[in-house]
Design a protein around this ligand. Structure first.
Ligand code: ZN
Length: 159
């Protein structure tokens, strides 16, 4: 069965910045599952999956614009230190902040006595990424999954 819109793909991936060692891999966990055609993964990777099937392996370079987007200036915010609790903060460190829009990964830029400057860009914004992908399974999505816009069961949402 080929990968196309409204099908569920389970796959393993390893991601790195182009030319760099791996940043993250699913190989030591269960494969992840996504619903194709519902903006569940970065556009460049979804496009590279089209028409492939279970058992296929491939590598693809995804430019920043089709991954997590270009870095944007003016996304640095100054936040009272108390919001970070007891964390030992260091420049370059990534932390998850609770915001009005839910949890958000930010990068610490500068640590002051009472305030912290954080960069709200996605940690992978502005980066060209290299993916090694191994397709494990392709199946039809259920009507409920399509309605919810995400996968249920193995590798997906449990609710
Ligand atoms: Zn659901």
């Amino acid at each position: 069965m080929k990968i196309e819109k409204d099908r569920v793909v389970r796959f393993h991936y390893t991601v790195s910045e182009v030319g760099q060692p791996p940043l993250e891999s699913s190989k030591d966990r269960e494969p992840i599952a996504i619903l194709i055609g519902h903006n569940n993964i970065i556009p460049g990777l979804e496009a590279a999956m089209q028409d492939r099937q279970a058992g296929d392996s491939f590598s693809v370079d995804v430019p920043a614009a089709e991954a997590y987007g270009e870095r944007r200036e003016g996304l640095v915010q100054r936040i009272p230190k108390k919001h970070f609790g007891d964390m030992r903060l260091q420049p370059g460190m990534q932390v998850v902040l609770q915001t009005n829009f839910g949890p958000r990964a930010v990068t610490v830029q500068k640590v002051g006595l009472s305030v912290v400057d954080v960069d709200l860009n996605h940690p992978m914004a502005g980066k060209d990424l290299h993916f090694d992908v191994e397709i494990v399974e392709v199946r039809e999505a259920t009507a409920e999954e399509i309605e919810h816009g995400h996968v249920h069961g193995d590798g997906g949402h449990e609710h």
